[in-house]
Design a protein around this ligand. Structure first.
Ligand code: PLP
Length: 403
């Protein structure tokens, strides 16, 4: 954990708004996950859409992780970060055959999630082994935007269409190297994974020569002190036991894969902002900060909770504040939240700002996206410069037809 006094120094050095990532925390999460499984052939593929700074990718690669990617651009970032093609799995949804062909050319693993593309791909590239994304139809996940396994979800090939998959595989002679599922994010109960794994084990019996089964992700992390989180050790124990049993029935020791995003990077991140103004109305004390939904959209998009502390006045008397952004749209971070007394010019810290925070940032209201810093081996390093007017104008074409 980076001491709060150090965070304050880093904020003063690089200015706010600023994202800071603690490499130690990422390492701790990675090692805890690996350790939770007694089954030895386990592989973690970091779902990089959570946080894609190239230095974070390189750090996670050095831990021994592979990479889970959802766009061809993420694939390219992964290659640039030094991941071997075989350590990258490309799990897109509703992309064109052309994009998959691009992935073939780059040599990465491919995970196919619909029958139409499976058939077209199989006809063209029967010799290129692929993984199949199965939708086990399990209702799980923190909210409807992040539930991906239910019956009317757009993700994966329905488990009820298994005979259809088998027919395509036979007809095209496609080699199936793995089966995959990802039932959603923020799943608390290990029984959901167990239930889904039974479905995947059953499906796996239809394929002769698999190399791996990929159970996706969705581990819930705690955003509050003492908040609920997936019991990773319990999960590891239960899945290891079930997996070993399956492998002995299947007659081959497969690789067990997971692809966590949030679990690896969420708690590593802090987002530091300046307090621009304290605005007292007849009903509310607003804290207006130099940020908004352009930098951190999770509270508005998912109703997500982010703990907020006052780095500049940690021992101050606790008071109630409504923390809002500067965007011309309602961008409320917290309502009537207890925070140590806040004054104009103070620096506030948003906790758990590693996953889906910077990676979902935009230039809305023509604001610059924040800078990013990596804290590693006791030192802070700038890993993304603050934007400038040049960035806002970089790809705009200024026509000469206007006087
Ligand atoms: C987003 C995503 C993940 C990561 O989910 P988290 O909740 O961040 O762990 C894993 N696999 C796939 C296919 C995804 O789309």
């Amino acid at each position: 954990m980076i001491p709060e006094s150090t965070l304050l120094q880093i904020a003063e050095r690089y200015d706010c708004p600023l994202y800071i990532y603690d490499s130690e925390k990422i390492k701790e999460q990675y090692e805890r996950l690996i350790k939770a499984f007694s089954y030895k052939s386990i592989k973690i593929n970091y779902a990089c859409k959570a946080l894609t700074n190239i230095n974070i990718l390189r750090f996670i690669r050095q831990l021994g992780s592979g990479l889970d990617t959802v766009s061809i651009q993420e694939v390219k970032l992964g290659l640039r970060a030094g991941f071997a093609p075989k350590d990258i799995i490309y799990t897109p949804n509703c992309v064109s055959l052309e994009e998959l062909e691009h992935a073939v050319a780059l040599g990465v693993r491919i995970n196919i999630d619909n029958l139409s593309i499976l058939e077209q791909f199989g006809q063209k590239y029967p010799e290129y082994p692929v993984c199949i994304r199965i939708n086990p139809h399990i209702m799980a996940g923190g909210n409807s935007k992040i539930m991906t396994g239910h019956i009317d979800s757009k993700f994966g090939i329905s488990i009820h269409q298994l005979p259809h998959i088998v027919r395509i595989v036979k007809a095209t002679q496609l080699k199936i190297e793995g089966l995959h599922m990802h039932t959603g994010s923020d799943i608390l109960d290990p029984r959901v994974f167990i239930q889904a794994s039974e479905i995947l084990f059953n499906a796996a019996k239809e394929f002769e020569d698999l190399d791996y089964l990929d159970f996706g992700s969705g581990f819930k992390v705690s955003y509050k002190d003492g908040g609920a989180e997936t019991d990773i050790e319990d999960l590891g124990e239960q899945i290891s036991e079930a997996f070993e049993k399956f492998c002995s029935e299947y007659g081959k020791d497969l690789t067990l894969m997971f692809e966590p995003g949030k679990y690896l990077v969420s708690a590593s991140g802090s987002f530091l902002v300046n307090v621009n103004v304290i605005k007292q109305t007849t009903s509310t004390v607003f804290v207006g900060i130099d940020s908004g939904l352009n930098h951190l959209i999770r509270p508005m998009f998912y109703d997500a909770y982010h703990h907020i502390s006052n780095l500049s006045n940690p021992a101050g008397k606790q008071r109630f504040y409504t923390v809002v952004g500067y965007i011309c749209e309602t961008d409320t971070f917290a309502v009537n939240r207890k925070i140590s007394e806040v004054r104009e010019g103070d620096i506030l810290r948003f906790h758990n700002a590693g996953a889906y925070c910077f990676s979902m940032a935009s230039n809305y209201n023509s604001r610059y996206r924040p800078a990013e810093v990596l804290y590693i081996n006791g030192e802070s390093h700038l890993i993304r410069e603050r934007e400038t007017m040049d960035d806002l104008l970089a790809r705009q074409v200024e026509l000469d037809i206007f006087t």
